[in-house]
Design a protein around this ligand. Structure first.
Ligand code: NAP
Length: 252
């Protein structure tokens, strides 16, 4: 039987790279996104690798629609692996003193509320079957109070805490939950990522690392390694010094 793998944010970037990585003759990929043309392009690449593919266009600002779609996908066949990769990035403009509240609402829904609700709905189905794997794509930003990306860091921090709690709660039922906290990933098809070249990762490499970590049964993948070290430094620095350092950071 083909393994059914759901991937959100599959139309570009990391989600598309994960879809291409999993694509093979023994797999049915359930790909979600909003951009039909791009999603079709990724689907064709996956079909060329032997995968069966179904597509769904859905805006994740609507958690109720996302939950209804999970019901529909599960009625068509049990999801074995769910990779919730869709996400919105945002950085405060140079002349803004705080973030735009309407943008913050979208960010909170797409990065935290909807993926958490989807993960809970999937976990419930998976516990009844006694197996399943949920992979939540967070961000290394979750572990730092970034003043120029407060809503982004906050939404990913919420997702990180949720993922850890869900993992602990689901373990006795045979359902695995993994949190991925990446540093900067190149966006060949989109907006440039402001980061030093030597830290910038390629989506295909990150996808390969995620699939390997999931096969090992890892609980949390932070990559590249300097971001795991930074997370410790953030915790150990005296608060005043840490705040001054964070205030001095502002990507171009
Ligand atoms: P990306 O290239 O900007 O692609 C984002 C994906 O999410 C697209 O497939 C997009 O779909 C989908 N998406 C965005 N808003 C959506 C919405 N409202 N409803 C449904 N789908 C939506 O992103 P990426 O750089 O590959 O990032 C992938 C994940 O990694 C995200 O969760 C991101 O936060 C996280 N991450 C990225 C970086 C980085 O530096 N790139 C670093 C750390 C963590 P459409 O294009 O079809 O609208």
């Amino acid at each position: 039987m083909r393994q059914r793998i759901l991937i959100t944010g599959a139309s570009r970037g990391l989600g598309a790279a994960i879809a291409r990585h999993y694509a093979g003759p023994d797999v049915l990929l359930v790909l979600w996104g909003r951009d039909h043309e791009r999603l079709e392009q990724v689907a064709d690449q996956c079909r060329d690798a032997g995968a069966m593919v179904t597509l769904r266009l859905l805006d994740l600002v609507d958690p109720a629609a996302a939950l209804a779609a999970i019901d529909a996908e599960e009625s068509a066949g049990a999801i074995d692996i769910a990779v919730l990769a869709a996400g919105l990035g945002d950085i405060q403009g140079r002349h803004e003193r705080s973030e735009d509240p309407a943008r913050m609402v979208r960010l909170g829904l797409v990065n935290f509320v909807t993926p958490s609700a989807m993960a809970a709905a999937l976990a419930d189905r998976m516990t009844a079957r006694g197996h399943g794997h949920i992979i939540l794509i967070g961000s290394a930003a979750a572990f730092h109070a970034l003043p120029f990306a407060a809503a982004y860091a906050g939404s990913k921090a919420g997702l990180a805490r949720f993922a850890q709690a869900l993992r602990i709660g689901m373990a006795p039922y045979g359902v695995r939950v993994m949190l991925v906290s990446p540093g900067p990933i190149d966006r060949p098809e989109g907006r440039q990522v402001a980061a030093p070249q030597r830290l910038l990762m390629q989506p295909a490499d990150v996808a390969a690392r995620i699939v390997a970590a999931s096969a090992r049964g890892d609980a949390h993948l932070v990559l590249p390694w300097p971001f795991a070290a930074l997370r410790l430094v953030d915790r150990l620095l005296p608060a005043g010094l840490r705040d001054r350092l964070l205030r001095s950071l502002r990507p171009k």
